[in-house]
Design a protein around this ligand. Structure first.
Ligand SMILES: CC(C)(COP(=O)(O)OP(=O)(O)OC[C@H]1O[C@@H](n2cnc3c(N)ncnc32)[C@H](O)[C@@H]1OP(=O)(O)O)[C@@H](O)C(=O)NCCC(=O)NCCS
Length: 268
């Protein structure tokens, strides 16, 4: 996964699935295996079926960009104890994906385990009872003190950030998101007590079309920077490794979310 910039780092690819043609969806799905096809067919909502197919096809295409000697349909996956799939027979290569209504996102990394979460922000989730599922008492206090029109954005930012960390460590919601300690404004991960030894880094952005996205990495090597590429059609994934290439141009900037106590923190 050598980039023109020479910087290692997770590569993030995102597709607005609602803008795809039917033939693009078919092309993304062409490399799925029988199990993935069967899982897709079990989804009742056509939009969810489309998002699932695109996300899993995109994952295979992204892995083959990182390891061009393997075709997209040749990838097999091993599932961790809490359900996280990782590519088989590809030492050092990690992958995570997320799909939400109208969006598919994949992160591929040779810099450590990655977790990615994306959410459509038009759903009215930012209610106190939902916030209480993600926020511990200190975060809830901060959230309630925000101006009402700032609460939705802060809620989605916190939700995706915490879920990306839970996915990067592989636990998912078997770990309570409230055990991750954050500040809301400015957004910061103060501590991740269940996984204190990780070299955690996180990034986040808002995508056009009304999506919030976060990426977390348990960094293993030299300091790395993620790259986010908007994919408009499946063929973009075959573009040469050239940051000027159409479709693979870095399309959004990922803002790094700091980890650790705030600079003015004074131990009691
Ligand atoms: C991982 C989890 C947080 C994803 O939630 P979500 O918001 O519904 O879904 P997203 O679209 O963001 O991500 C889904 C993808 O994450 C990946 N994933 C699944 N389990 C994962 C885990 N434990 N850690 C990281 N990624 C995981 C899969 O690729 C999954 O895609 P698929 O459902 O299409 O196969 C949630 O499913 C979870 O907590 N799972 C673990 C606990 C569990 O239920 N385990 C049962 C199997 S042992």
């Amino acid at each position: 996964m050598t980039r023109p910039s020479g910087l290692p780092g997770p590569d993030l690819y995102w597709v607005e699935t609602g803008a795809l043609t039917e033939s693009d969806v078919v092309a993304f799905a062409a490399c799925l295996d029988d199990e993935e096809r069967a899982r897709a067919e079990r989804l009742r909502l056509p939009g969810a079926r489309r998002d699932f197919k695109v996300a899993h096809g995109l994952a295979r295409l992204a892995l083959s960009r990182a390891r061009p000697d393997r075709s997209p349909s040749a990838w097999r996956f091993q599932t961790g104890p809490h359900g996280r799939p990782e590519p088989e027979d590809a030492p050092g290569l990690r992958m995570n994906l997320s799909h939400t209504r109208g969006l598919a996102v994949v992160a591929v990394s040779e810099a450590g385990a990655v977790g990615v979460d994306a959410e459509a922000t038009d759903a009215p989730h930012a209610r106190p009872e939902t916030a209480a599922l993600f926020c511990n008492d200190a975060e809830l206090t901060q959230w309630r003190e925000l101006a009402p029109d700032a609460r939705d954005a802060a809620f989605y930012a916190l939700w995706t950030l915490k879920e990306s960390l839970l996915k990067a460590c592989g636990a998912g919601f078997t770990l309570d998101p409230r055990t991750i300690l954050c500040d809301l404004l400015p957004l910061r991960v103060v501590a991740f007590p269940p996984r204190p030894t990780g070299r955690w880094r996180s990034w986040a952005t808002t995508l056009p079309g009304g999506f919030r996205l976060a990426l977390s990495l348990d960094e293993t090597g030299p300091s790395s920077e993620p790259r986010a590429c908007r994919i408009i059609a499946p063929d973009d994934m075959n573009a040469p490794e050239d940051e000027e290439a159409t479709g693979l141009s870095p399309a959004v900037t990922l803002d790094e979310i700091p980890h650790g106590p705030p600079p003015d923190f004074r131990p009691a």
